[in-house]
Design a protein around this ligand. Sequence first.
Ligand code: AP5
Ligand code: MG
Length: 209
Amino acid sequence: MRMILVGPPGAGKGTQAARLVTKHQLTHISTGDMFREAVQNKTDLGQKAEEYMKRGDLVPDALVIEMVMERLGRDDCATGFMLDGFPRTVVQADALEAAMKQAGMSIDVVVLIEVPDDLIVDRIVDRRMDPDTGEIYHLKFHPAPAEIADRLVHRKDDTEEACRARLEKYHGETSPLIPFYDGRGILKRVDGVGSPDEVSARIAQQIGS
Ligand code: AP5
Ligand code: MG
């Protein structure tokens, strides 16, 4: 299966992606995670991306597209993948569609996780990540075990200010993907309000598994 997860910042894309890739044995491609790793390793790409990310802006399309195309060409994507956070603009969606067409493939399903803006800030500001396992926690909604509390990290773009900027980008630049994929008949809408288990069940129902 070739699948895309779309949704505003903090919608639960990463949380649901972790479950879906295990269940369906897909390669998880999170452009946000790839950029954070590049920033941490101080690569050329990381240095270019860092300022955009900190402000909550999108990284320029050309940089993102080059990175994703290289990643999709690797062997572990041959049998299926889950794109989390890509595409995020119509330019990126066009580039992906052209690359898929050239490879004789197509995207099977695009899952849109919908969460209203007024719930997003809370989810983002209290998110914590475990750098050792990649597990996503939340101070209230999904607290980490006490023994790992000291190693948890708070993302640099998880401030209220950057979150508002990311929401604005989502509504301006990413939401046009909704009619884009709806027009191709592959968009599935999922209500992202409720527990992660409830959201997982809705996704399973929508993708028929
Ligand atoms: P990225 O890392 O993709 O960030 P994002 O899209 O803003 O999404 P998040 O990772 O913040 O949220 P999520 O939906 O994964 O939610 P999560 O599961 O963590 O991108 C970061 C930056 O990189 C961008 O701003 C941009 O600069 C750059 N970038 C990346 N891709 C790009 C692209 N294609 N083009 C250009 N630039 C790009 O959940 C959030 C919190 O809520 C967690 O604490 C979680 O525990 C909790 N939670 C999850 N589900 C629930 C639930 N059902 N109920 C209650 N709490 C929940
Ligand atoms: Mg994420």
